[in-house]
Design a protein around this ligand. Structure first.
Ligand code: GAR
Length: 192
């Protein structure tokens, strides 16, 4: 059995979609959610689904002994970011080399980088008059929204789109693909 730890900062709809996808899996379980945001709705989603959730201050997130201890205690084999706003500390990226994936709501390398999160990404796509957008799932490295791409899927940007209507279309792609890509990647990297 492989254990995933999810990092999330906000609403947590992707995190919940991942919980549901793996609910009956004999290979993969969600062992822990970590959030940096005490007001994140993902905390409530974890409570409802009985998934352990830790709200951690920046001081603890920066404490490598503490964090690697937590990840070890929850038997973390793989990490998935689901709307996590901060940079994952370098010592975690090193410890989980090619075992941390992120989802970004645009076709990277376009509309990524520090501060490009949630609705801001969709507004940037609209402001650039792009005709298509989509999702990128990638391994992380030590910078925001970088690292080798695993998967992309596209959707159109329609003439009357607002950041909200585009977000809805992109979210649908996230729900459709992210759990499956996590599963495939875990099987490829860790085996079954
Ligand atoms: C998702 O659209 C995710 O792709 C994005 O934040 C949203 C979180 O929604 N991530 C980024 O922008 C990372 N740079 P959720 O909390 O409802 O899953």
């Amino acid at each position: 059995m492989w254990n995933i730890t999810i990092f999330a900062s906000g609403n947590g709809s992707n995190a919940e979609n991942i919980f549901n996808y793996f609910k009956n899996s004999k290979l993969i379980r969600i062992g822990l959610v970590i959030t940096d945001n005490p007001k994140a709705f993902v905390i409530e989603r974890c409570r409802r689904q009985s998934v352990p959730c830790l709200v951690l201050s920046q001081r603890l997130l920066d404490d490598s002994d503490f964090m690697l201890g937590v990840l070890r205690d929850f038997r973390t084999n793989f990490v998935a970011l689901a709307g996590y706003i901060k940079l994952i500390p370098e010592y975690i990226v090193t410890a989980f080399d090619h075992r941390i994936v992120n989802i970004h709501p645009s076709l990277l390398p376009k509309h990524g980088g520090k501060g490009m999160y949630g609705k801001r990404v969709h507004q940037s796509v609209i402001d650039s008059n792009d005709k298509e957008s989509g999702i990128t799932i990638h391994f992380i490295d030590n910078d925001y929204d970088r690292g080798p791409t695993i998967f992309q899927a596209k959707c159109p940007v329609l003439p009357n789109d607002t950041a909200d209507t585009l977000a809805e279309r992109v979210h649908a792609l996230e729900y459709e693909h992210y759990p499956k890509i996590i599963e495939d990647t875990i099987i490829k990297v860790l085996g079954q």
